[in-house]
Design a protein around this ligand. Structure first.
Ligand SMILES: [Zn+2]
Ligand SMILES: [Zn+2]
Length: 347
C-alpha cells in the first residue's frame, strides 16, 4: 500500500508546489474525502501570505466538496460514498464552554481548514466529521464548492439578521460574496439594494435579483438608502472599513451593518450616528454546520448559484493569482480528475 495523491501545497509564504503525498487513513472522528472541487477564496491569503502563523508545508483551501472514502473510528451519521463539503471552520470540539452553550462557530478548539489543517487544494483530504456539511444531489460539486464559505457566510449573516420579509436589505460589493448575498436576499423576500462602484454592475445586480442599484462612485449611498426608507440591514461584503462607514447612515433606526469582508483597516463610525437611531455594527463569521446544510439546500431549492470559472487542480497558483488580482468572475474553482464531469463517481 504505497498509494499517493496529488496536492498543491505551500512550502512557505507564496511558494506553491505540486507534490505527491502518501495516502493515510483518517484518525478517530475524522473522515477521508476524495476531493472533487475546491473553491479559491480570498481568505486563502491567510495561508498563502502567512497572515496567520502557519506550520509549513500546508495545503490551503476551505471550500471543499468530495466523497467520503474512509471513516475513522467513532464517526457517526456519515457514510462511505456520501458527498460532503468542508468549509472554513474545520469542526467543533463539543466540549468547550461555547460548544456546550450551542455556539459552535465560536468553539475554542476549532482549527481553520487550510490554515491549521490541510485543506482542499488536493485530490484527498482528511476532515473532522463534526465540520462536515451535506451536499444535495442536484448541485454539481464545482457549483457547490463556493457555497461552503462564500455561500454560508452571506446566507448565515442574512438569515440571523433582524430583517424580515419586505424589509430593505442592502448588499455592499458585488464580488465573490456579494453576488451570492444579493441572490439570497432576494429569495429570502427582502427589498434588495445592491451597492457597488460604477454603472457597469447595474445590469448584473438586477439579474442577480436586486430591486435597486446604487452606484457609489456617483451617488452618496447613505442618502440613496435613506430615500428608500433606510436599510434594516447592510451586508458589507467589501473589505474596506471605509465602505461600512460611508453607508452607515443609510441604516434606518435599529438597523445593523454586518461586516463579512475581512480587512485590516479600522471602521470609523461617528458616535452620534451610532446612538441617534440606535444603529449597530456587527461581524459575522461563516456559520455552523447545520446552517451549512441549510445554505446548500436553500441554494438548490431557490436556484441560487455562484458564477464560477473552473480550472484543473494543478493550476491552483494561477487561479489564486487571478482571484487576488480581482479578475475572478466571480469565483475560481479547482476541479480534480475525480470531479471532472466525464469521470464516474467512486461509488
Ligand atoms: Zn468547542
Ligand atoms: Zn473563505
Amino acid at each position: 500500500m504505497n498509494e499517493t495523491y496529488k496536492a498543491i501545497e505551500l512550502s512557505g509564504p507564496g511558494k506553491f508546489s505540486e507534490v505527491r503525498k502518501p495516502l493515510l487513513g483518517p484518525g478517530p472522528n475524522e473522515v477521508r474525502i476524495r476531493v472533487e472541487a475546491c473553491g479559491v477564496c480570498h481568505s486563502d491569503a491567510a495561508t498563502v501570505e502567512a497572515l496567520f502563523p502557519i506550520e509549513w508545508p500546508r495545503v490551503p483551501g476551505h471550500e471543499v466538496v468530495g466523497r467520503i472514502d474512509a471513516l475513522g473510528s467513532g464517526v457517526q451519521g456519515w457514510a462511505v460514498g456520501q458527498r460532503v463539503g468542508v468549509g472554513f471552520l474545520s469542526g467543533f470540539c463539543a466540549y468547550c464552554e461555547f460548544c456546550r452553550n450551542g455556539d459552535l462557530v465560536n468553539c475554542r478548539n476549532q482549527g481553520f481548514t487550510g490554515i491549521h489543517r490541510d485543506g482542499g487544494y488536493a485530490e484527498v483530504m482528511i476532515a473532522k466529521a463534526s465540520g462536515l456539511v451535506s451536499i444535495p444531489d442536484d448541485l454539481s460539486s464545482a457549483a457547490a464548492a463556493p457555497l461552503l464559505c462564500a455561500g454560508v457566510t452571506t446566507f448565515s449573516a442574512l438569515r440571523n439578521s433582524p430583517a424580515r420579509a419586505g424589509d430593505v436589505v442592502a448588499v455592499l460589493g458585488i464580488g465573490g460574496l456579494g453576488h451570492l448575498g444579493v441572490q439570497y436576499a432576494r429569495h429570502m423576500g427582502f427589498e434588495v439594494v445592491a451597492i457597488a462602484r460604477g454603472a457597469g454592475t447595474a445590469e448584473l445586480a438586477k439579474k442577480l435579483g436586486a430591486h435597486h442599484y446604487i452606484d457609489s462612485s456617483t451617488t452618496d449611498p447613505a442618502s440613496a438608502l435613506q430615500a428608500l426608507g433606510g436599510a434594516k440591514v447592510i451586508l458589507i461584503t467589501a473589505s474596506g472599513g471605509k465602505t461600512l462607514a460611508a453607508t452607515f447612515k443609510g441604516l434606518r433606526p435599529g438597523g445593523v451593518s454586518i461586516a463579512v469582508g475581512v480587512g485590516p483597516e479600522p471602521i470609523e463610525i461617528a458616535g452620534m450616528d451610532l446612538i441617534f437611531g440606535e444603529r449597530k455594527v456587527a461581524g459575522s463569521l461563516t456559520g455552523n454546520p447545520a446552517t451549512g446544510d441549510t445554505t446548500l439546500r436553500f441554494s438548490a431549492l431557490s436556484g441560487v448559484s455562484p458564477m464560477i470559472e473552473t480550472v484543473p487542480l494543478d493550476q491552483a497558483a494561477a487561479a489564486y493569482a487571478k482571484m487576488m488580482a480581482g479578475k475572478a468572475r466571480f469565483r475560481m474553482v479547482l476541479v480534480t480528475e475525480a470531479g471532472a464531469p466525464q469521470s464516474t463517481p467512486l461509488m
